[in-house]
Design a binder for this molecule. Structure first.
Ligand code: ZN
Ligand code: ZN
Length: 156
C-alpha cells in the first residue's frame, strides 16, 4: 500500500487501489503551494485515502483554504511543523477526491513505491509550463504522445 508523509513525519497517509489519474500540474496555485515549478499529483477517490489517528490528532496538522486562479476554492493540507503540503481537497473542484502531492510519497527499499513509480498520464495547465521544461508527451509538444496535454483542468 503506497504511503507518504510530510518531511518531519508528523502528517502521514496511505492509499489503496489505483488512482483515478496521475498528472503533472503546472498551475500557478500548485506552484506556490509546493514552491516548485510544477507538481506531480495523484487524483484519488476519497474512500481509498487513509489517514492514521496520529495524523488527524496531530497538533501539527493544518489546513489552508485558498482560491485557485480559476476561482475554485481549494484546501491545502499541510504540516505546521515542517511545512510540507501533502494533499489538497476541493468541494467545488473535485468533490469525492483528494489530490495527493506525489512528492510526499515514501520511497520503499530499493527505490520502489515512491514517486518514481507514479508516471504521469497527463500534463495540466501547460500554458504555465516553464519554457525550459520539456513536454512529457514525447518531447515534441505536439500532443501526439501518450501523456495527454491540457491547457487547464481536464474536462470532467
Ligand atoms: Zn511535518
Ligand atoms: Zn495545479
Amino acid at each position: 500500500m503506497p504511503s507518504g508523509s510530510c518531511l518531519c513525519g508528523a502528517i502521514a497517509y496511505s492509499y489503496s487501489g489505483n488512482p483515478a489519474s496521475k498528472a503533472l500540474c503546472h498551475c500557478l496555485t500548485c506552484r506556490k503551494l509546493t514552491s516548485s515549478t510544477s507538481a506531480m499529483t495523484i487524483l484519488l477517490p476519497t474512500p481509498q485515502f487513509n489517514l492514521p489517528d496520529t495524523t488527524t490528532s496531530s497538533e501539527h496538522y493544518r489546513t489552508y483554504t485558498a482560491v485557485h486562479e480559476t476561482g475554485v476554492e481549494l484546501t491545502a493540507h499541510f504540516c505546521a511543523n515542517c511545512s510540507s503540503v501533502c494533499w489538497k481537497t476541493s468541494e467545488q473542484g473535485w468533490p469525492g477526491f483528494v489530490v495527493i502531492f506525489a512528492g510526499t510519497l515514501n520511497e520503499a527499499e530499493g527505490g520502489k513505491g515512491g514517486v518514481a513509480e507514479v508516471s504521469p498520464e497527463a500534463e495540466l495547465w501547460i500554458k504555465h509550463r516553464v519554457p525550459w521544461l520539456k513536454s512529457l508527451d514525447g518531447g515534441e509538444g505536439d500532443g501526439k504522445g501518450t501523456v495527454h496535454q491540457f491547457e487547464g483542468f481536464p474536462p470532467q
